[in-house]
Write a protein that binds this ligand. Structure first.
Ligand SMILES: [Mn+2]
Length: 314
């Protein structure tokens, strides 16, 4: 399902994400990788839903984002309940407030713990009280953990928060100062980019998967394209140097696929107008196929593998 949402971020280019991923053949790639795929189109938002919103301080575009979050949450709940593995194509990361709320609501009914793997250069753990920008995409993880200040965002609709000890922030390398204090005050698992650069990615992932498996839980993967190094994926709204390289992300996605624990996916912050001849979009399609359908080395074009030194060319 496409979620062409851009008003949670300072640059609106993310609204083109779903169309770019479709045009790059995502559905066909997933089908070729063995997935049974249905495209539910884009989330539609009724303008009337934006009415009645009292704007909290320090949230830009609040009324529109409240309407989006309500609509996204309802769709996410219905898709999870259908037995599908919903894949939400963003859109900026504020969409995860709706997707994870809806998916969590379903798994709460199933009495199975939902864990969230937040793969992102940023913590997205600001609240209205501490945000330096007012952009909702930087508050998404905090909202889903039930932090205060956005209690009206679902307009009275059902809220299903995640306990902070079921959130893993993975790939972190840019955190605001007050945000860092809040993350450190919570029992959140953090695998920073420094941990990953020191070779700790797979051990951290194994630890998470073991925890999920041990309690009969399931996993929602919220994948922000900006976790990748900008040399690999330049088309993101908030690029941060020093990101994950291709071979590491392929290993991570492969391990997640093999685990069988992934029951929902967000792919966010792809900003096609900033792309370099479509290569971030094509790579993102490859990575989604690698997460959901096929062995990682089967999903990449040979020229990409060769350029990244993963394939010997004689
Ligand atoms: Mn993010």
């Amino acid at each position: 399902m496409g979620v062409p949402l851009g008003s949670g971020a300072p640059h609106p280019g993310c609204v083109f994400g779903p169309a770019a991923l479709r045009a790059a053949g995502l559905k066909e790639r997933l089908a070729a990788a063995g997935c049974k795929v249905a495209d539910y189109g884009d989330v539609q938002v009724l303008p009337s839903l934006a009415c009645g919103a009292g704007r909290p301080p320090n949230v830009n575009n609040y009324a529109a984002l409240r309407a989006w979050t309500c609509a996204i949450s309802t769709h996410a709940y219905e898709l999870a309940r259908s037995g599908a593995v919903p894949v939400f194509l963003g859109g900026d990361h504020s969409l995860s407030m709706g997707t994870i709320n809806g998916v969590a609501r379903y798994w709460r009914e199933m009495d199975r713990p939902l864990f969230v793997l937040w793969i992102d250069a940023h913590a997205d753990y600001n609240t209205p009280a501490i945000t330096p920008t007012g952009n909702l995409h930087g508050m998404a993880a905090a909202f889903l953990c039930g932090e205060a200040g956005l209690d009206d965002l679902l307009a009275g609709g059902p809220r299903a928060s995640i306990a902070p000890d079921r959130l893993t922030l993975f790939g972190l390398r840019s955190v605001d100062s007050l945000e860092r204090l809040l993350v450190e005050a919570r029992p959140i698992t953090v695998t920073s980019m420094a941990d990953i650069a020191a070779g700790g990615a797979m051990a951290a992932l194994e630890s998470l998967l073991a925890r999920v498996d041990a309690c009969g839980g399931v996993l929602h993967v919220s994948f922000d394209v900006d976790v990748l190094d900008p040399s690999l994926a330049p088309a993101v709204g908030t690029a941060e140097p020093g990101g994950i390289d291709l071979s590491t992300v392929l290993l991570i996605l492969e391990r997640l696929r093999v685990s069988g624990l992934v029951r929902a996916v967000d792919v966010v912050e792809l900003n096609p107008p900033l792309d370099d001849e479509g290569r971030t979009v094509r790579l993102t399609v490859d990575l989604i196929a690698g997460l959901l359908g096929a062995a990682a080395t089967d999903v990449l074009a040979a020229d990409v593998l060769a350029a990244e030194g993963l394939l010997a060319v004689s």
